[in-house]
Design a protein around this ligand. Structure first.
Ligand code: CAA
Length: 409
């Protein structure tokens, strides 16, 4: 039985900045960002675009575009490292914002950027075990990547959510989870202490940890009987584009190619997956799947029936390397999903506007919603509308988060 990603969709904030303008404002040569880091634009989440709102908007778009029904969902997992509550999971907010069945299992997963992959692998096991009883799983990755302003990490921020439907006989990508190679090691390469909104990182060490985890998980994959490393394309976790280039050099080196030969393959084997990420930035848990969406949007038709490799990295750290196959018919279905559409409706922010959004971030979770606004009830005017946008409005007097359809806010 084949199981994998049946449909995918993403949501990004309405605002983004041009990283050439950020470089200029910081007195850094733009080429350092463009070719040194491989980034061009960076999504900036405004107050109303919190991880729940972005997750709901990505998932609503998923159901609208794919024709799937929320009634078929039996499992909803949200992978995130920027959750909005220590106890209440983003997944249960989605439960009512989407109108999922009451018989649905919902929970949140965390291990830095690996949380979404943990959700997908769990969903595949849930289907293969038979627990799904014919139902599908919804896995949503949602995050706002923040580093302190004016640090080396600043141009590698971003924000967005990627929603995926995991099913038997998937229309886009079958995933061979049984052959996944895993790797873990306790390291302090990237962390976010409880009281902080922005992450701390030992940047250069984190690059080293990522590459070691790639070696470890790839070797674990290769040690399995029947594991083939003949892949047409490679999708990596993309904190910034250059990291994927380093990863490809490293991996192809393990396969016996020298650096020049690996670089020569990069444009064909990796570059199509980096187009969307270069316009959005790091979306943490969703980064690998934004890369997958980019690849499918640009090349699914020519890759039907072909094997691709996926590498997921979560700082701290954990990694998995696993094979997947692009499904027959994926080209036409990916075109129907109009995956690039969220990127065509954005507004460029000035650097001062971006800075003032970021400087106000610390108050996002304590700002009061307009008087009289209550948490989402899923009833009356709160009936889920898959055609509307969800917005976050702040907290009520009992510190409960308030979400509305944009039209009823
Ligand atoms: N023109 C062209 N290139 C230039 C340049 C110029 N004028 N000036 C510098 N460069 C190049 C450098 O040569 C370097 O290239 P290489 O990596 O190929 O050597 C590149 O630009 C970066 O420059 P620096 O080495 O000076 O690095 P930096 O101090 O600016 O920091 C960073 C880079 C460590 C990635 C930093 O942005 C950071 O800490 N980011 C956050 C952490 C991160 O993303 N880590 C990735 C691995 S961990 C992970 O993947 C999990 C996750 O999602 C966070």
């Amino acid at each position: 039985m084949q199981v994998g990603i049946d449909a995918v969709s993403f949501a990004v904030p309405e605002g983004y900045i041009d990283l050439g303008e950020l470089a200029e404002a910081r007195g850094i040569p733009p080429e350092k960002y463009f070719s040194g880091l491989g980034v061009r634009q960076m999504a900036v989440a405004a107050f109303h675009e919190d991880p729940v709102a972005m997750a709901a908007n990505a998932a609503r778009r998923l159901f609208r575009q794919s024709g799937a029904s929320v009634d078929e969902v039996g499992l909803c997992i949200v992978g995130t490292e920027t959750a909005v509550d220590h106890a209440k999971p983003v997944a249960v907010y989605l439960h009512s914002l989407l109108g999922l069945p009451s018989t649905c299992r919902v929970f949140e997963t965390k291990h830095a950027c690996f949380g979404g992959t943990a959700g997908i692998l769990h969903a595949i096991d849930w289907i293969r075990s038979g627990s799904h009883r014919g139902r599908s799983a919804l896995v949503v990755c949602t995050d706002i990547a923040r580093y302190p302003l004016q640090t080396a990490g600043e141009p590698t921020q971003g924000a967005g959510a990627v929603a995926m439907l995991i099913r038997e006989r998937p229309r886009l990508l079958a995933i061979d989870a049984a052959r996944s190679g895993s790797y873990a090691r306790d390291v302090y390469d990237f962390w976010r202490p409880l009281a902080r909104k922005d992450a701390l990182t030992d940047g250069h060490f984190s690059v080293q940890c990522y590459l070691e985890a790639l070696s470890g998980s790839y070797q674990a994959f290769r040690s399995q009987p029947g594991a083939s490393d003949a892949f047409d394309r490679y999708c990596y976790h993309v904190p910034y584009g250059k990291m994927a280039r380093k990863a490809h050099r490293h991996l192809r080196g393990l396969q016996g190619l020298d650096e020049a030969a690996a670089d020569a393959q990069f444009e064909q084997e990796v570059a199509p997956s980096l187009i969307f990420p270069s316009l959005v930035g790091n979306v943490y848990t969703g980064s690998l799947y934004l890369a997958v969406a980019s690849l499918l949007h640009h090349q699914a038709a020519r890759l039907e029936g072909r094997p691709i490799a996926l590498f997921s990295y979560g700082s701290g750290c954990v990694a998995e390397f696993f094979p997947a196959t692009v499904q027959p018919g994926a080209g036409a279905f990916a075109a129907a999903l109009q995956l690039d559409q969220p990127l065509t409706q954005r507004t460029k922010l000035s650097i001062p506007a971006y800075e003032s959004i970021r400087n106000a971030d610390d108050t996002n979770d304590t700002r009061q919603a307009p008087p009289g606004m209550e948490p989402w009830s899923g009833q009356g005017t709160d009936t889920p509308s898959l055609h509307d946008q969800v917005v976050y409005l702040g907290i009520d007097t009992a510190e409960r988060r308030v979400y509305k359809n944009r039209t009823t806010a």
